[in-house]
Design a protein around this ligand. Sequence first.
Ligand code: GLN
Length: 542
Amino acid sequence: MTETKYIFVTGGVLSSLGKGITAASIGTLLKHKGLRVSVLKLDPYINVDPGTMSPLEHGEVFVTKDGAETDLDLGHYERFLDTNLTKNNNFTTGQIYKTVIENEREGKYLGKTIQVVPHIVDEIKERIIKAGENKDILIVELGGTIGDIEGLPFVESIRQMKHEYGLNRVMNLHVTLLPYIKTAGELKTKPTQHSVQELRRIGISPQMIILRSEYPIPSDIKRKIAISCDVNEDSVIAALDAPTIYEVPLNMHAQDVLKPICRQLELEDDEPKMQKWVELVDRIKTPTHNTTIAFVGKYLDLKESYKSLTEALIHAGANIDSKVTIKWVDSEKVEDEGAQKYLENVDGILVAGGFGSRGVEGKIASIKYARENKVPFLGICLGMQLAMIEFARNVIGIEDANSVEFDTGCKNPIVYLIDQFISHDGRVEIRTHKSPLGGTLRLGEYPCNIKEDTKLFESYGEKVIYERHRHRYEANPKYKEQLESGGMIVSGESDGLIEAVEIADHPWFLGVQFHPEFTSKLQNPNPSILSFVKAACAADEE
Ligand code: GLN
């Protein structure tokens, strides 16, 4: 059995400091040393998972291979570490309490009074240990900020693990803000000192401080932090804003971040092999080409809700040495003002996934524009469903074609609701319009059989692929023949379900029911997104 070592990453002063990127970056460096690394995100909120939260509330919901709806940081971890995580790699206070209360109802605690300490804390520790099984290193990121009431049971679990395993198996990194006060012309260390004091008050002394700063940090400030926060001077690391998040591991490596980590956790001090990573980052920073993709969506106020997709476009670009400039197009504006105005000079059009009827007609108008003007097109999930509706309406002539999501009584439901479905863990699910929102979607990885001589086959070069899903509605196979007779090709299917469609008479038009963006990694871009960006690049060069 491997003796897993744990690196806990907490945040101080305020949220949005990029703790997730910090954790992922350190994980990336350790992985490139040849260690088996995994990551766990602890979310102190009460929701069981972020699946029912509005994207505006929480950014994107990331979906794992095994169908868990998780925090978007898991996406960063997968993209950085080039790995697939599972439902064991993210849990919330809601899940912890749910399990403990269920255990209590079943009488598993033998009549004891159930308390935060030990019962909640034990459940947290058990899950941390499970997530680290068979790994050399488990990086654990605690969501929220030190001082939050709901974070306390998690901090207590971390404290106990340090007590039980000792400092050569448990390390604490604290990420804080080093604000720059313009009028004084100074970087201020006080918030960091206070945050570390707060952490100590609840029993944790961090051994490394990572400072988010907009300005380079002079060595006297680092020394001051080292003394006041009681850490070694080589354990005060600067995290400056980087032109791309993928540069963060390299910036940390340049400061020898692994040295104090290897020293404390008794790891070999050999160099991580970052050659390919360095090349990809160079291409992101100084690309030879540029291509413009119109991103038609409705949550444009919060671009975080499309995080995996925007990252996947960066991965594709980096691998073909092109910058991908995103032109954000609000589908409601297209509805009001027409597609031409917004889509005229772009090299590719992307219609992303979404829920609800707002902005749908604008997306359909954008798809029509891409089809008629032969602009490379990728439709994802709702994007594919709408591509079929557009084709049915405007090519086949089924004027009232629609999805039952937007018109429950629709006479020609091109997209419909199948009432019975075998879910990822083998449960038979009944799905109706009234199904509860949480956990009733088709989630996680499913196989897709690809038809040869199609764009999809060209992209993947394989007959069977596995991609992840997150949707409730399905394309209606009843219309397959009719659509195909009009020139649409069903290029991907899974167990009778339509997974991908294309248009024969078009240079590059693909709609996919799955979310290819969830499997894209910097070092392994998703094949369909890569082909789409290539097609857009080619269109640009014409
Ligand atoms: N709203 C659609 C459905 O539930 C599409 C979902 C999506 O794009 N993720 O099927």
